[in-house]
Design a protein around this ligand. Structure first.
Ligand code: 2AM
Length: 184
């Protein structure tokens, strides 16, 4: 099955992003992601044998001894850049402890044989994917005129293992396990 590790967002932040996306959606014919799929990915695992999911859970549970992580969702942007964008995202600002969690997750899963990410960790929330060239002027203009791109802050005190099932209507994510931070 296809797996990834992510931090869930509080409903206030989902709501703030949803209000924004409801206004932006009519402006560009791109593939908007569903609000109930929004999350902060700390590690994409990819295809993994069903019979070895327990090993992943055990490795992830061993990472839960840490302090809550202060996360702010702020800003909007495009990957790889505004010229030929593939992803429209909301930004994530966090202390080094978020990158440390991502790095620890990477290392723990590499020991099980999970392929390591070559790109630098770049935390974001994917709001839309741009799969083919399409006019984006109206979207850019609307983003430029926003009075604020502050979507809220929270203290992440857990992370989750998710399964992603690719279906014709888009990916369906289901939470397989949750790992609450315990005092280190
Ligand atoms: P994205 O949001 O930037 O597309 C579930 O698919 C999560 O894993 C998403 O957050 C997605 O990142 C990430 N993901 C999907 N495929 C990936 C890949 N090949 N490499 C890295 N991350 C990937």
């Amino acid at each position: 099955m296809r797996l990834f590790v992510a931090i869930d967002l509080p409903k206030e932040i989902i709501g703030a992003l949803e209000r924004l996306v409801n206004r932006l959606r009519p402006l560009a014919r791109i593939t908007w992601t569903r609000p109930d799929n929004w999350h902060l990915t700390t590690k994409f695992i990819g295809e993994w044998p069903d019979g070895r999911v327990g090993e992943v859970e055990t490795a992830l549970r061993a990472l839960s001894g840490r302090e809550p992580i202060a996360i702010q969702v702020r800003g909007l942007g495009f990957f790889p850049g505004a010229r030929a964008p593939r992803v429209f995202w909301a930004g994530v600002e966090a202390p080094e402890s978020l990158a440390v969690l991502a790095r620890d997750t990477e290392k723990a899963l590499a020991r099980l044989g999970v392929e390591q990410e070559r790109r630098p960790f770049s935390p974001h929330l994917t709001l839309a994917r741009i799969k083919e060239p399409t006019p984006l002027d109206a979207l850019h203009q609307a983003i430029g005129k926003l009075p604020s791109a502050e979507f809220g802050a929270f203290a992440a005190d857990r992370f989750c293992l998710y399964r992603s099932a690719l279906q014709p209507g888009g990916a369906v994510y289901s939470r397989l396990a949750e790992f609450r931070f315990t005092q280190p």
